[in-house]
Write a protein that binds this ligand. Structure first.
Ligand code: TMP
Ligand code: ASP
Length: 250
């Protein structure tokens, strides 16, 4: 089912954003396209759009119930979300609880090392530059946001990590690391935006110690481990097991 959306505003690698009849709202279509390594690797994964939309919706609902301000409004169809229209800040805010991925490629830090307090890094969101890691000094030099807004983003990202970790832990899932994006709505309010899904998080199965079998996120695609959609579906099943009555589409 496709909602009665307006004009296409923006197409990213995993989502399309469309106008809505309300000026402060948008429709977000979650695509089945999977990309990795700055889109050098591509595939079409049937079902991914639906699963990521539903997982994101459930996680946004959980975070909103704990007082986190997000762009999420509701779900319009299986892979369509309604959200507040936001000006997204071109920053990828990455929080890491366990060392893996680029952190272990770029430093001698051992894969699997627990990180406490969690590591919070900013990357500049620009595919043509390869989303470079920023120092705080470079972030300030870029002058994208005010100092107080930077502090607020750090505070929100830390809170979101605490809430997500506890939530995933209750589902026997380990939140290894994840990426957030923030934006401002038309009132100038800072909101969590984008998505929270196995495309943007690393999530391991707590009940499985096998270093590859326990991976339930996009690393299965990045590393050619197979069963990508099945693993995403497993996360959805656990997330919905605790959050959902069946959703009414608007
Ligand atoms: P990294 O270890 O490759 O830097 O990734 C850290 C986290 O950020 C991981 O959970 C995956 C997520 N991520 C994105 O959502 N988009 C991206 O483009 C990249 C590189 C990572
Ligand atoms: N999202 C990025 C890309 O497409 C990188 C990644 O998630 O690995 O290319």
């Amino acid at each position: 089912m496709t909602p009665d959306h307006g004009q296409l505003i923006y197409e990213g690698k995993a989502k399309r954003i469309y106008r809505c009849d309300l000026p402060d709202r948008v429709f977000i279509e979650f695509k089945n396209d999977a990309t990795a390594f700055n889109a050098l690797k591509r595939a079409e994964l049937a079902g991914k759009g639906r699963i990521n939309c539903q997982i994101s919706a459930s996680l946004f609902e959980m975070l909103q119930s704990k007082g986190v301000l997000t762009h999420y409004v509701g779900v319009a169809a299986e892979n369509w979300m309604v959200a507040q229209s936001v000006d997204v800040i071109p920053l990828e805010v990455v929080v890491r609880n366990i060392a893996t991925g680029s952190l272990c490629k770029q430093t001698p830090i051992n894969h699997g090392m627990e990180i406490f307090p969690p590591l919070l890094d900013f990357y500049y969101k620009d595919d043509s530059l390869g989303d470079p890691l920023l120092t705080k000094a470079r972030l300030r030099l870029l002058d994208l946001i005010e100092e107080s807004q930077l502090k607020e983003i750090e505070k929100q990202a830390t809170l979101i990590n605490d809430l997500l970790r506890v939530f995933f832990d209750s589902l026997d899932l380990i939140l290894v690391d994840f990426k957030l994006e923030f934006g401002f709505n038309d009132q100038g309010k800072l909101l969590l935006a984008d998505e929270i899904s196995p495309d943007t998080c690393r999530i391991w199965d707590k009940t499985n110690n096998h270093p590859q079998d326990r991976i339930l996120d996009k690393d299965r695609f990045r590393k050619d481990l197979g069963e990508v959609v099945e693993s995403y579906e497993e996360i959805l099943k656990r997330v919905q097991g605790v959050t959902s009555k069946p959703r009414n589409y608007k």
